[in-house]
Design a protein around this ligand. Structure first.
Ligand code: ZN
Ligand code: FE
Length: 736
């Protein structure tokens, strides 16, 4: 984190002598001088520490020392197994941005960086973190960079990616015909291209992006069409915070996080519309601010203050990092390509955050966060947790720390599966990790489960299989250092249950080792299996048919108007004869059914579209809710009947709010029943459904109002991206 050089400069500033050293339990500083100066020195550490460093505490111990002639950094070149922290990538710092105008060798230099900023994880090939072990090894430092690199008083002392206009990496523009070099000329060209509605592929920190004018609807539509009709809402980058404030509602916390060194994408509510095709009908925008020097230089010349900046990938494949692959694949989507000649070693997508209950809630954990460890109250040493399948991440245990991988993606996709296996090997090498135990999901068909069996045979180490929703709950407990019995409410799309059915609306009584299933949402057939995810109208039909059979006139209902009549008949037969209709208690599927019933989403075109549209439709304040019953399981017959009546009486916004409130009421009522029986009053909410801000905040309100202590995920996604952490902790408890 550039912490030792920082200490050095601080010592020089105060005229103190001594030595700084990296140790397994933190940084040790021996400082020699009078007490007053030492006091000022330690205050300075707290006040001016590099933005990306984490100071948990400072301990001061008086000691007689031998007498140092200078201040130095101890040569901790010998890396033992403990010292393995690798910094995440850090957005360009204010000092470097200012240097763009004043440092003669770095005027407008797009790769400017210092010990406080610049690429880290994305360029690291091995440890110790030294230039020869990064993709900067191909660039020989010039005289000026060399002297700064060795000058302890310089902000670039030991900045491994140090570079300048005469010795560092360079950008290159290519459109299939002509090549342009020189960042000034390239940026001129981008400005012209973006203004004329073209799409440009740009190499970022952790992978390529596709970029176009976010105020030009034609440009965005054309990008969507060329990107295999990708329908998901695109993330955008605003030139600066004042423009962002014009387009999005934003509070203090969100503003602070947007401008933090991590520079994540944050899901915000729209104030002014962007081009319609950006959000594809949603009232939220995934917004971020510039984080590479190049972004800042680019916005000086762009005529638009906001661009679409979406992952440069093909359909569900991992974001492209390889220049030749980008040249081949992305040039099918983009009109031109901007590359640079430094390699990206580790892929890292933009991280995505939403604020829930005024706290950070990670949706995608990648650039700026990975590979920073999660501190745990448990010893998880030697455990490799293989994660789930969609939005996969895996996790390795080092002592009391969990090091979680970057967002990998959906393992059903072959290139994502390759990326997964490659990353596991890389993490093992980078963090000197040798798995002693393996843990994976209970689902027999997940690729992560299949790979776990391969590793089990290869390495001859024990393998534990963990139920999906138990892992969700424990992922949240681990974050909050909770190690006792809790009420664990896990809601998501799918997870394999111990009875072979597909779970996802689960009320568990759980600790970090075991769980029992207290109750769950009613089992409903999924006619066509996974097909229901793309066609939520099937779930609407299945729910109604279960509760009302042939007493409804389905054909006259608006939701089924566009559905082929023969297909509906077929679905009916499948349900009755139980053909390819696995049972599910999934909350996600209930949201699908209601989204379809309200006409908001009868066919889904991107991941989680039905619940996202349902939540986005809420524009009112109410605590009204629908009736429901509970008889062994939670039954939604009365709920759906009332929704159908409301379809004729009220607007979608109210129906959606009432439906969300109903689920929050279910959560409250069942928690109350469990508390009465067990006296447990800690409630954990986890699973992808709790990315729903409205539902989560309502549920928390209701629960806290009745005296429950409620916990949700924050630094780890509540979706399947967080499963590996839960697996890790359950394994540590079970195998201990
Ligand atoms: Zn800097
Ligand atoms: Fe899940």
């Amino acid at each position: 984190m550039g912490f030792r050089p920082f200490i050095c400069r601080l010592a020089a500033k105060h005229g103190l002598k001594g030595v700084v050293d990296n140790r397994s339990d933190g940084v040790s500083v021996i400082i020699q001088g009078d007490l007053k100066t030492i006091d000022r020195f330690s205050n300075d550490i707290l006040e001016n520490a590099p933005p990306a460093s984490q100071i948990k505490s400072i301990e001061v111990n008086p000691k007689i020392v031998e007498g140092y002639g200078q201040f130095s950094i101890a040569g901790s070149k010998i890396i033992d197994n403990q010292i393995t922290e690798v910094s995440p990538d850090i957005a360009v710092c204010p000092d470097c941005l200012s240097d763009l105008s004043y440092d003669p060798e770095r005027i407008d230099y797009p790769f400017i960086n210092c010990t406080n900023c610049g690429p880290r994880f994305s360029i690291i090939e091995g440890l110790p973190y030294d230039r020869p072990k990064t993709t900067m090894k191909d660039f020989i430092m010039c005289e000026k960079c060399t002297s700064e690199y060795h000058d302890i008083l310089n902000r670039r002392f030991h900045a491994q990616p140090i570079a300048c206009n005469s010795c560092g990496p360079e950008y290159l523009f290519y459109d299939g015909r002509k090549k342009i070099t020189g960042s000034e000329q390239i940026i001129q060209e981008i400005a012209t291209r973006i203004a004329s509605g073209e799409t440009v592929a740009v190499k970022g920190v952790g992978g390529y992006h596709l970029m176009c004018d976010a105020l030009n609807n034609q440009a965005v539509i054309s990008l969507r069409n060329r990107k295999m009709r990708d329908a998901k809402p695109f993330a955008v980058m605003f030139s600066d915070i004042s423009v962002l404030r014009k387009y999005c509602f934003i509070d203090e916390n969100e503003e602070k996080e947007l401008q933090s060194w991590r520079r994540p994408v944050i899901i915000l509510r729209q104030k002014e519309p962007l081009a319609e095709a950006v959000g594809n009908g949603l009232k939220t925008t995934g917004a971020m601010l510039p984080y590479m020097p190049f972004h800042y230089l680019m916005f000086r010349k762009l005529r638009t203050p906001v661009v679409v900046l979406t992952s440069g990938n093909i359909s569900e494949e991992p974001i492209i990092i390889d220049d030749s692959v980008a040249g081949k694949e992305l040039m099918k989507v983009a009109d031109s390509l901007i590359s640079y000649n430094r390699k990206i070693h580790n892929r890292a997508d933009d991280s995505v955050i939403r604020f829930i209950n005024n706290k950070v809630s990670l949706i995608r954990r990648s650039r700026g966060f990975v590979p920073r460890p999660v501190d745990l109250a448990f010893n998880v040493d030697g455990i490799l947790a293989l994660g789930a399948e969609q939005k996969n991440s895996f996790c390795i245990g080092k002592n009391h720390q969990a090091i979680m991988s970057q967002y990998i993606g959906d393992l059903k996709n072959l290139p994502a599966y390759d990326f997964y296996r490659e990353s596991i090997n890389r993490f093992a090498a980078l963090f000197r990790f040798n798995p002693q135990y393996l843990v994976c999901d209970l689902h027999p068909d997940y690729y992560s489960t299949i790979y776990a069996s391969v590793l089990e045979k290869e390495m001859k180490v024990p393998l534990l299989k963990v139920q999906h929703h138990h892992a969700h709950i424990v992922s949240c407990m681990a974050e909050h250092d909770i190690d006792e019995r809790v009420i664990g409410i896990s809601m998501d799309g799918t997870g394999y249950g111990t009875d072979g059915n597909i779970w996802g609306g689960e009320f568990l009584i759980a600790d970090c080792e075991r769980f029992e299933r207290f109750t769950h949402f009613d089992y409903i057939p999924m006619p066509g299996g996974d097909k229901v995810v793309d066609e939520p109208w099937r779930m609407a039909y299945s729910y109604l048919f279960k509760y009302f059979g042939d007493s409804l006139d389905y054909k006259s209902m608006p939701v089924f108007k566009t559905v082929d009549k023969l297909k509906m008949e077929l679905i009916r037969e499948m349900i009755i004869n139980r053909i390819n209709s696995p049972l599910t208690s999934s909350a996600g599927r209930l949201f699908d059914a209601v989204a379809a019933l309200t006409g908001l989403c009868t066919d889904s075109t991107f991941d989680s579209e039905p619940p996202v549209r349902l939540e986005s439709a809420i524009e009112c304040e109410t605590d009204l809710y629908y009736p429901f019953t509970s008889d062994g399981t939670v039954i939604f017959a009365d709920t759906l009947k009332a929704v159908m009546t409301d379809l004729y009486n009220c607007d979608i916004s109210l129906i959606s709010a009432k439906f969300h409130n109903t689920i929050a009421q279910v959560i409250l009522r069942i928690s109350e029943v469990i508390r009465k029986e067990t006296s447990i009053s800690k409630v954990i909410l986890s699973g992808g459904v709790f990315q729903n801000k409205y539902l989560t905040e309502k549920s928390m309100d209701y629960l806290m109002d009745k005296g429950f202590e409620v916990f949700i995920n924050s630094q780890i996604p509540s979706n399947d991206g967080g499963i590996s952490l839960g697996q890790l902790v359950i394994a540590s408890k079970t195998l201990a």
